[in-house]
Ligand binder design. Structure first.
Ligand code: F6P
Length: 545
């Protein structure tokens, strides 16, 4: 079979390149002047989310050409293959079915000829029953005290999603339950997150897809030792530890009763696992009903993604616009700027989501790609970011496309309702300033001394998307997360990379195991690394002794 044509050899790619060259000098000022309704036209809405993509350096032709590229790369069949449960994670020979986890319609989804929906719903029911017990104070610790604190031990996909969603949905959470997260193998994290807790009232969730991750296993062992030092009986583990994993044998080996285990499946990627039992701390915080609303939001966006023409499809549009800057304008990074303190961990969550998925340089045929793939994802909530790094967004030499995410309705607390106008004014103003800047003549017209004019001028033409929903609810959060998940999928398909493996994290893990043995060795080990690594190991050994 002849090799699949490379992305950059497609006529659709060449057409985009020519179009980009023609459009390179176009300014958003001109584009808006030419089309007075551009800001209403280049918008679309789905699942409660309004997307304004008019402040991008693109025209109707750009979108037409990008959609043509998506079609040429087989985006439509790729979407169908994912939802159908094909083994699209080919390097691990796995299906990719996080969409089944929130398939609230419960239509059958087959993996190896077996419907996975009954298993998914069974775990959800068990999670709900457990959650109700804990929240009602009926799940008692070993000494008979109800659970007051939940500590989730996990890392990466077994931490970032629950942390992000817990923070996002604090308004809906039970305030009498303390919910904490320990991820880092730095002992300081465990220390700080547990030093004020009583083991007799603490429940640990050990969350790990593989149940072999070094950081999680070490933190879990420390938690068990801490608990048993206080409670003095190994039987206490059954009342204070539950596991979330795909690896029952490993869970048992650790000493957790499988009756206290909430399972999921190898067709759920770690960074796409929030809707699986990995979401247990979120369910404990907000309750089963709200958790199902979160899944409803995910599901609504899944349906939108699977069923909507590309021209009006939110994840497809975000994916194509991102690719436009990444591949035709040399943009290296993409900023996620939520105007919501509750979404403070959203950029970090999608740092893993995006960078672990599309940070690849081998195409699906095993060849080195000849094009840029995943961007660096970063960001902080507004307005804090405005007082930190926005200077570079406005006047720096780099092109940084950014997504502004906000909510139109104020906070329910009457003491702070009046903040919202000021908050949203900032969001809107930033996108306006980035797009249209301020010309030298406009600066002069303010009677600015001539020497200062170049410093006070803003080139503008900095692209943004704006995403608005009415309020941050479990439903709108679910839809937003699914939107970004599918954006990543779209880009992975176009860049022709496998978005659902993560071989790039292996080498460091293996080497860390080797270095650990050298750090722990009683006798001075014969170090055979390079001179830098050898010297660092010797220095660390000295500190450890
Ligand atoms: O190191 C990367 C990674 O494998 C992620 O993909 C994953 O989310 C994380 O580690 C945690 O893995 P686990 O859930 O198996 O502990």
């Amino acid at each position: 079979m002849p090799d699949k044509p490379r992305l950059t050899d497609l006529p659709e790619w060449t057409a985009l390149q020519a179009h980009a060259n023609a459009l390179r000098s176009a300014s958003l000022r001109d584009l808006f002047a030419r089309d007075p309704v551009r800001g209403e036209r280049l918008t679309t809405e789905a699942c409660g989310w309004y997307l304004d993509y008019s402040k991008n350096r693109l025209t109707d032709d750009t979108l037409r050409l990008l959609v043509a590229l998506a079609q040429a790369q087989g985006l439509a069949p790729a979407i169908a293959a994912m939802f159908r449960g094909d083994a699209i994670n080919a390097t691990e020979n796995r299906a990719v079915l996080h969409t089944a986890l929130r398939n609230r319609a419960t239509t059958p989804v087959l993996v190896d000829g077996k419907d996975v929906m009954p298993g998914i719903n069974q775990v959800l029911d068990r999670m709900a029953a457990f959650t109700r017990q804990v929240r009602a104070g009926a799940w008692l610790g070993y000494t008979g005290k109800p659970i007051r604190a939940i500590v989730n031990i996990g890392i990466g996909g077994s931490d970032l999603g629950p942390v992000m969603a817990y923070e996002a949905l604090r308004l809906y959470s039970a305030r009498n339950l303390i919910v904490r997260f320990v991820s880092n193998v730095d002992g300081a994290h465990f220390h700080e997150q547990t030093q004020d807790l009583d083991p007799a009232e603490t429940l640990f969730i050990v969350a790990s897809k593989t149940f072999t991750t070094q950081e999680t296993m070490l933190n879990a062992a420390t938690a068990r030792a801490w608990c048993l030092r206080a409670l003095q009986d190994p039987a206490a583990v059954a009342r204070h530890f539950v596991a979330v994993s795909t690896a029952e044998a490993e869970v048992v080996k650790f000493g957790i009763d499988p009756a206290n285990m909430f399972g999921f499946w190898d067709w759920v990627g770690g960074r796409y696992s929030l809707c699986s039992a990995i979401g247990l701390p979120v369910m404990l915080a907000i309750g089963p009903e709200r958790f199902l609303e979160l899944l409803d939001g995910f599901h609504a966006m899944d349906r939108h993604f699977a069923e909507t023409p590309f021209e009006r499809n939110l994840p497809v549009l975000l994916g194509l616009i991102g690719l436009w800057y990444n591949n035709f304008f040399g943009a290296e990074t993409h900023a996620l700027l939520p105007y919501s303190q509750y979404l403070s961990r959203f950029p970090a969550y999608f740092q893993q989501g995006d960078m672990e998925s599309n940070g690849k340089s081998t195409d699906k045929q095993g060849r080195r790609v000849a094009w840029q793939t995943g961007p660096v994802i970063w960001g902080e909530p507004g307005t804090n970011g405005q007082h930190a790094f926005y200077q570079l967004l406005h006047q720096g030499t780099k092109l940084i496309p950014a997504d502004f995410i906000g909510f139109t309705q104020p906070h329910a607390d009457p003491r702070v309702r009046s903040h919202h106008a000021a908050f949203m004014a900032n969001l809107v103003a930033q996108t306006e300033a980035l797009a249209f800047g301020k010309t030298a003549d406009e600066v002069r017209a303010e009677k600015t001394p001539e020497a200062l004019v170049p410093f006070k001028t803003f080139e503008g033409n900095r692209p943004t998307n704006t995403l608005l929903a009415e309020s941050l609810t479990p439903f709108s959060l679910g839809a937003l997360i699914a939107l970004y998940e599918h954006k990543i999928f779209v880009q992975g398909v176009l860049w022709d990379v496998y978005s659902f493996d993560q071989w790039g994290v292996q080498l460091g893990k293996v080497l860390a195991g080797k270095v650990l043995a050298e750090l722990d060795a009683k006798a001075e080990p014969a170090l055979k690394h390079d001179s830098s690594t050898n010297a660092l190991i010797r220095r660390c050994r000295a500190g450890l002794r």
